[in-house]
Design a protein around this ligand. Structure first.
Ligand code: HEC
Ligand code: HEC
Ligand code: HEC
Ligand code: HEC
Length: 118
């Protein structure tokens, strides 16, 4: 009786350790692959997004990558937005809502040529 309980505890402990290690490695791999800047091409003019500068402003990953908990391997917005058959709104709507939405509140560029550079 006592012995099976002990084994149960050891098993629980090991599962917990592996689970934490697993979650940690997902976070680390996402960080490793995180590009410093992203150039988003658009007919209106290329938008240069600076990850590092935005992270210095204490913005959390999930504020933009709103699906990262369920889909840690799909960080690119375009892996859903703009994909045929997806329920995700088109890229322009997604980007304008996320980017301009915050800029209106916190003071980033909201004028077209503040982001779109020819
Ligand atoms: C202010 C918004 C914002 C924040 C905050 C942010 N990101 Fe991003 N991230 C983006 C945008 C925009 C892209 C480009 C997406 C695209 O090309 O579709 C991107 C791209 C990425 C990519 C590359 C995806 C690919 O496959 O090309 C990774 C990885 C990533 N971000 C990780 C992170 C991590 C980790 C954090 C937090 C430490 C973070 N991001 C915080 C907006 C953000
Ligand atoms: C794994 C798929 C997936 C990824 C990756 C993803 N999205 Fe979405 N997004 C969706 C879906 C599905 C919806 C619509 C349903 C909902 O609101 O949850 C949505 C909705 C949105 C909305 C709400 C639009 C509105 O009209 O209110 C915004 C804004 C948005 N996404 C921005 C982004 C940005 C920016 C990125 C990248 C940093 C991103 N999404 C990455 C799937 C995704
Ligand atoms: C949660 C808030 C938030 C989100 C989301 C956000 N930004 Fe910003 N952004 C800021 C703030 C704050 C500034 C700095 C304003 C200042 O210093 O005057 C800024 C500045 C900028 C600048 C000016 C250059 C720089 O980095 O200082 C650009 C370009 C920019 N953002 C693009 C984007 C794009 C593109 C997106 C969407 C993919 C985005 N931002 C999403 C808060 C945000
Ligand atoms: C905060 C940054 C930001 C501001 C401000 C902004 N945009 Fe955008 N816009 C983007 C991003 C990011 C995309 C996504 C590009 C893509 O993948 O389609 C985009 C996409 C677009 C697109 C569709 C893609 C294409 O090929 O052109 C149009 C049209 C557009 N924007 C027009 C405008 C106009 C007009 C304004 C001013 C009223 C404006 N944008 C202001 C960031 C911005």
């Amino acid at each position: 009786m006592k012995k099976t309980r002990f084994i149960g505890h050891v098993f629980f402990l090991l599962t917990t350790v592996f689970l934490i290690a697993g979650l940690y490695s997902v976070r680390v791999s996402a960080r490793k692959a995180m590009p410093k800047t992203v150039k988003i091409k658009a007919k209106m003019g290329t938008v240069t997004f600076n990850h590092a500068a935005h992270l210095k402003r204490h913005i959390k990953c999930i504020t933009c990558h709103h699906m990262m908990k369920k889909n840690p391997n799909k960080m690119a917005c375009r892996s859903c937005h703009g994909v045929k058959g997806s329920k995700a709104p088109k890229p322009m709507t997604a980007f304008h809502t996320t980017c301009k939405g915050c800029h209106k509140k916190r003071g980033g560029p909201t004028k077209c040529n503040g982001c779109h550079k020819k």
